[in-house]
Design a protein around this ligand. Structure first.
Ligand SMILES: NC(=O)c1ccc[n+]([C@@H]2O[C@H](COP(=O)([O-])OP(=O)(O)OC[C@H]3O[C@@H](n4cnc5c(N)ncnc54)[C@H](OP(=O)(O)O)[C@@H]3O)[C@@H](O)[C@H]2O)c1
Length: 308
């Protein structure tokens, strides 16, 4: 069964598959059913990204280890981190304690905008591998664009890492259409753009642009950092489907063929968010959420280039 989404499902460069875990335990059949049913988006020949991942921003130390451990136990196999989150070692600790094999996991990390010169990319990437205690990264992203540094330098170095087998897929984050055009003009691989995306900031135009260029998307701050959960339309649909508001929002995102990476440090919410992949939203309701009035983005900072 394929899910409804605006992406060209029959396009060989971007298609859906199913994420098959190598290890199934017997203690919780429902959880494993969700792992088995987790849809993926193919980024290239070597990487398929599970549509639901676990965000780790603003979690460090024991809090991060506990949360990632809970997420892995619940069934998440896709973890989102970044150099600036300063939690690579905590993520690595939770992964090690889980006993899961590296091939069962999909790990994303990101390089900051002040380290985008080729030598910095290559040097810091080795540090990431050491901190994460793994031989390769599934998805390596430019965290924020930086027009001061030629994008060919950055993507060239990232794609070199891919050729060396240390990265499975290369992508970007916080890129506007113009940044993406510049990146694509280099001829280097750009498989995905991770951006703020939630019901009150749905990025429909950027979605359309990325679809036209076969660039997958990940929604960060998918719950609007919790703020979108009390919107009347979300509450109405939560009641209709008998699920939490967070599940409605996450189901809407993944139903649109977009990856969602909610963060929570609360075990009950970590599990609730994971259940968002276990039911189907009607197309009419997807459109209802699409038409929620839009508000300004939540995340911005002085160095961002959102006006480009
Ligand atoms: N590329 C980028 O520049 C970028 C920028 C921002 C974020 N990100 C990534 O995206 C991830 C998610 O974004 P985010 O952390 O900004 O925001 P988010 O996932 O939209 O929201 C997190 C907030 O929602 C709460 N929450 C989580 N699940 C809930 C539920 N079921 N019911 C009610 N509240 C719930 C959490 O509180 P509790 O923890 O108390 O549950 C937390 O306060 C980040 O962790 C990071 O990995 C990337």
């Amino acid at each position: 069964m394929r899910i409804w989404c605006p992406w060209p499902l029959d396009d060989s460069a971007l298609w859906y598959g199913y994420y098959t875990p190598f290890r199934l335990e017997t203690s919780n059949v429902a959880r494993h059913d969700n792992i088995r049913k987790m849809k993926t988006i193919r980024l290239n020949q070597e990487a398929q990204i599970p549509v639901l991942g676990f965000g780790t921003w603003q979690m460090r130390g024991d809090e991060c280890v506990r949360a990632v451990s809970t997420a892995l136990e619940v069934g998440y196999r896709h973890i989102d981190t970044a150099d600036v989150y300063d939690n690579h070692k905590d993520v690595a600790k939770a992964i090690k304690e889980s006993g899961l094999a590296r091939e069962e996991l999909f790990i994303t990390t990101k390089i900051p905008r002040d380290l985008l010169c080729a030598p910095d990319v290559l040097e810091n990437f080795n540090r990431y591998l050491n901190e994460l205690d793994m031989p390769y990264i599934d998805l390596f992203l430019v965290h924020w664009p930086n027009k001061q540094i030629p994008i060919l330098d950055t993507l060239g170095a990232m794609n070199q890492l891919k050729q060396e087998g240390k990265v499975k897929a290369v992508g970007v984050s916080n890129f506007t259409e113009h940044h993406l055009e510049d990146a694509l003009s280099t001829g280097c691989e750009v498989t995905l753009n991770q951006v703020e995306l939630h019901p009150t900031f749905n990025q429909l135009e950027l979605q359309e642009f990325c679809r036209s260029k076969n660039i997958a998307m990940t929604a960060y701050s998918p719950l609007g950092r919790g703020e979108d959960l009390s919107h009347p339309t979300i509450l109405e649909l939560a009641k209709k489907y008998g699920v939490s508001p967070a599940q409605v929002v996450l189901n809407w995102i993944t139903s649109r063929g977009i990856v969602a990476i909610p963060k929570s440090s609360n075990p009950g919410r970590i599990e609730d968010n994971f259940k968002s992949v276990s039911w189907t939203m009607g197309n009419g309701d997807i459109e209802k959420i699409d038409s929620i009035p839009q508000e300004p983005r939540i995340l911005d900072h002085p160095g961002s280039e959102f006006d480009y």
